[in-house]
Ligand binder design. Structure first.
Ligand code: ARG
Length: 246
């Protein structure tokens, strides 16, 4: 009858059906966001999101293709079918959720700060940086930019295309602090101990979720059940320990 014909049409259009027909899962992400996606010395794209993407493609029985995309254009790229899903540590925000659908959160993080070493002891919370005396950097189009504009609006805010350029400004002493997701900052500070310190108390609440195009209940159902399975069977914990606790 009418109901099953409708269900069929939905499934025909589903991204999941197209992935299976194509034999390929295309994942959009933005390389440089440690430890979720970055390049190793051989130039391979590795990280937490990449391991989950590989496991997802395997569960679908298809090959994985990674589509590296600049962050400020990543939602338009999803909407114009450059790939099937964003797996890039994207914070679920109401504004983004008007354009895309998010699977259930796979991790919760917050913004923290990479701060110039000279300011250690003087700057104790993000509030201390909210003054015209300070220059703050962030990556374009991120929730770091939003947090800077919201909580550090008295400081001079400078935006950069990549997280490495934005953070390097602080290392070089051209800026006082860089606002970004805590996991990235924790690693970055470890790698640049001599010149920066971590103001590591997160000051925002940010659930991260995979994003897909709207109107696709079949694909959403697969993603959420796949994630529930790997969270329950130890796979997710193995990935988490590999990328966040070493
Ligand atoms: N969680 C932040 C946001 O959603 C930053 C994510 C950046 N991800 C990336 N792959 N570069 O804006």
């Amino acid at each position: 009858g009418a109901v099953s014909a409708n269900d069929n049409a939905l499934w025909e259009k589903s991204t999941l059906n197209q992935i299976l027909q194509r034999g390929e899962l295309r994942v959009g992400l933005d390389v440089g966001y440690m430890p979720f996606e970055m390049k190793n010395k051989n130039g391979d794209i590795i990280g937490f999101d990449v391991d989950i993407a590989k496991a997802m493609a395997k569960a679908m029985g298809v090959k994985l293709t990674i589509v590296n995309t600049a962050w400020d254009g990543i939602i338009p790229a999803l909407l114009t079918d450059k790939f099937d899903i964003i797996m890039g540590g994207m914070t679920i925000t109401a504004e983004r959720n008007l354009q895309v659908n998010f699977a259930d959160p796979y991790l919760v993080i917050g913004q923290s700060l990479v701060v110039r070493k000279d300011l250690e002891g003087k700057v104790k919370t993000y509030k201390d940086l909210n003054s015209g005396d300070f220059k703050v950097t962030a990556k374009l189009g991120t929730t770091g930019q939003l947090a800077a504009e919201r909580y550090l609006n008295k400081a001079e805010i400078r935006l950069f295309e990549t997280e490495s350029d934005a953070a390097l400004e602080v290392v070089n002493g051209n800026a006082d602090a860089f606002v970004y997701d805590l996991p990235f900052n924790a690693i970055y500070v470890q790698q640049n101990k001599g010149s920066v310190f971590h103001l590591g108390e997160p000051f925002t609440y940010e659930p991260l979720g995979f994003a897909i195009r709207k109107g696709d209940p079949d694909f959403m159902n697969f993603i959420n059940n796949f994630m529930r399975q790997i969270k329950g069977d130890g796979t997710y914990d193995r990935f988490y320990e590999k990328w966040f606790e070493s």
